[in-house]
Design a protein around this ligand. Structure first.
Ligand code: MN
Length: 235
């Protein structure tokens, strides 16, 4: 398994991120995207392949617009448990900043080739069943470039393609409904997790103070979806 780099970068007595366990031998098909307000805001795109979350950092985020290709830097594998994580990595730790569980769901590999083999060839094709992201995508390795970890993520043209789609118009958590600032301030989960959540008219200042007591419970990492989950399309 390939979680040594993940473990080496982190001190698990100082960060709420999960420590790696043994690689998950059950073949899952979870995917997630975490919006990570670190040194630079980026989206971490993760697919469960080979018992770990294969991971790419995407500065501009994934998109449903088939006309654009966004840069995606392949980063170290993450444990499957990481796919349910939302919270704040304290200052001074690797990746310090707030992490939002921006999307999650399941995926299918396309083309009848195993995930590791598709990554090795530098052309990974998959279909997402998320709450925000749906349809066919590809991750394509830009061979012979820079450090060798440079990929592009792109949306295929299908019924889920949405020209002009703006990732930042969907900046709320599918786990807690919170905005990035609400996560950073460790505020409690919202009652609604979807379209109205994160709207500009719902600011953290307006929340009743008494609900802050529920914060610890509401921000606990949830286990990732293992199999087929009830899927709700973003509409
Ligand atoms: Mn990150």
């Amino acid at each position: 398994m390939a979680l040594e780099e993940y473990a080496r970068k982190r001190r698990f007595d100082a960060t709420p991120e999960p420590a790696p366990k043994d690689a998950d031998t059950e073949a899952g098909n979870y995917f997630c995207v975490q919006r990570h307000d670190a040194t630079r805001l980026h989206y971490d795109f993760r697919l469960e392949i080979g018992g770990v979350l294969k991971s790419w950092a995407v500065p501009k985020g994934p998109t449903l617009d088939p006309a654009v290709r966004h840069f995606a830097a392949m980063v170290e594998d993450h444990p499957v448990e990481y796919g349910g994580f939302e919270g704040t990595i304290p200052a001074g730790n690797y990746g310090a900043g707030s992490v939002m569980l921006w999307d999650r769901g399941t995926f299918e590999l396309l083309g009848g080739v195993e995930g590791e083999a598709q990554i090795a060839r530098g052309d990974l094709k998959f279909r997402l069943h998320g709450e925000k992201l749906n349809g066919d995508f590809a991750l394509v390795h830009m061979k012979g470039r820079g450090k060798g970890n440079e990929w592009l993520i792109l949306k295929k043209r299908d019924e889920f393609a949405a020209p002009g789609w703006d990732v930042e118009a969907h900046a709320y958590s599918v786990l807690s409904g919170r905005t990035q600032e609400e996560i950073a301030r460790n505020l409690p989960a919202r009652e609604t997790h979807r379209a109205t959540a994160g709207a500009a008219d719902r600011t953290w200042e307006s929340r009743p103070v008494k609900r802050a007591a529920k914060t610890a419970e509401s921000t606990a990492p949830a286990p990732p979806v293992k199999k087929k989950s009830p899927l709700i399309q973003a509409g």
